[in-house]
Design a protein around this ligand. Structure first.
Ligand SMILES: N[C@H](CCC[C@H](N)C(=O)O)C(=O)O
Length: 286
C-alpha cells in the first residue's frame, strides 16, 4: 500500500487514554518502505488530521511497526499534532499496548520499542472489551537541572526531568491556578532558549490539602491536553527530587482527564498504570 497520489485510504483506530487522544495506524506488516513513507506522511499531515473540526481530531498519531529490539512485540512511533516526532508518549503507549493485546485475552504482557527505548507493558481487560487497564514500565527518570525563569508574573523555578522526553515542572502555591498558568505561560516555556533545541513539555502542579496533586500540562507540539502520561511521571519525579513526596509513596495525580497511578522506586525507575480505550475505527481518505 504505497501512499501518495491515488494511494488507498489509511485505516486507523481512534483511541484515548484519560482523554489524551490519538489515531493509531498498525503498520507491522506494511514493510519498511511503507512504514517510513507513512511516518513522513503523518508528520506532514498531522495538523490537518488532528484538527478537531476539519479532520479526525486528536493530540497526535501513533504508528505501530515491527519490534526492533530482541523480543519486542512491536514498536511505536509518535507524531505530535504539530508534526514533530517526540521520543515517547505514556498515554499513547497504553493505548498501543491495548491495541496489541488480543481482545479475547484477560491478561497479556509484551515489550514495545519506542524512540526512548523498550518499554515492558502489561494489559488487563475484560475479554472482548474495548477498554483495558495497562501497566507500563516507563524507564528511569533523569533530573537534568533546575531553572529559574524570569516570566511575566514572577520568577519561577522549574525542575527539568527527562522521562524519555523532556519536561519542565513548576510547583505552584495553593492560591495559584495551575490551569491558568499552563495556558498563559506554557507556550513561552516550551520555546524558552534554555530548553532549545529540543523544546520541552511544561507542567504546573499544585499539592492539595489531601496530599493529591492537581496537574495541568502544556504539551510540546500539542498545547494543553487533558492528560500527559510522561508528564505525570516527570511530576512525581520532580516532587521526590524536591522532597515534596517520597519514594514508594502513592501520589494521587489529578489530571483533567482523570487520575493516573505513578510509582517511583529508589533507583528512579517509574511505573505508570492507567486506562486505555478504543473509540472507533475509520479510514483517512488519501
Ligand atoms: N507532546 C509530548 C509527547 C506526548 C506525551 C504525552 N501525550 C504523554 O502521554 O506522555 C512530547 O512532545 O514530548
Amino acid at each position: 500500500m504505497l501512499l501518495g497520489m491515488g494511494a488507498t485510504p489509511l485505516p486507523f483506530v481512534k483511541v484515548e487514554g484519560l482523554s489524551n487522544d490519538f489515531l493509531v495506524v498498525d503498520l507491522r506488516d506494511a514493510g519498511p518502505a511503507v512504514l517510513d513513507e507513512t511516518v513522513a506522511w503523518a508528520r506532514e499531515h498531522a495538523p490537518r488530521v488532528c484538527d478537531r473540526r476539519r479532520g479526525v481530531g486528536g493530540d497526535g498519531l501513533l504508528l505501530i511497526g515491527p519490534g526492533q529490539s530482541a523480543g519486542a512485540a512491536a514498536s511505536m512511533i509518535v507524531v505530535n499534532a504539530d508534526g514533530s516526532r517526540p521520543e515517547m508518549c505514556g498515554n499513547g503507549l497504553r493505548c498501543v499496548a491495548a491495541e496489541l493485546a488480543p481482545r479475547s485475552d484477560e491478561r497479556s504482557a509484551f515489550v514495545v520499542d519506542t524512540d526512548a527505548g523498550p518499554r515492558p507493558c502489561a494489559v488487563t481487560r475484560a475479554p472482548g472489551s474495548a477498554s483495558a487497564r495497562v501497566r507500563v514500565e516507563m524507564g528511569t527518570r533523569r533530573i537534568t537541572g533546575e531553572h529559574t525563569l524570569e516570566l511575566e508574573d514572577a520568577p519561577r523555578t522549574f525542575v527539568a526531568v527527562d522521562v524519555g522526553n523532556p519536561h519542565a515542572i513548576a510547583f505552584v502555591d495553593a492560591s495559584e491556578d495551575p490551569e491558568a498558568l499552563a495556558r498563559s505561560l506554557g507556550p513561552a516555556i516550551e520555546l524558552h532558549p534554555i530548553f532549545a533545541p529540543a523544546k520541552t513539555n511544561v507542567e504546573f502542579a499544585r499539592f492539595e490539602a489531601d496530599g493529591s496533586v492537581t496537574l495541568w500540562v502544556w504539551e510540546r507540539g500539542v498545547g494543553i491536553t487533558a492528560a500527559c502520561g510522561t508528564g505525570a511521571c516527570a511530576t512525581l519525579a520532580a516532587a521526590i527530587h524536591r522532597d515534596l513526596a517520597t519514594v514508594g509513596q502513592a501520589v494521587d495525580l489529578r489530571l483533567p482527564g482523570g487520575p493516573l497511578t505513578i510509582e517511583q522506586d529508589e533507583a528512579g525507575a517509574i511505573v505508570m498504570t492507567g486506562p486505555a480505550r478504543a473509540v472507533f475505527r475509520g479510514h483517512w481518505p488519501r
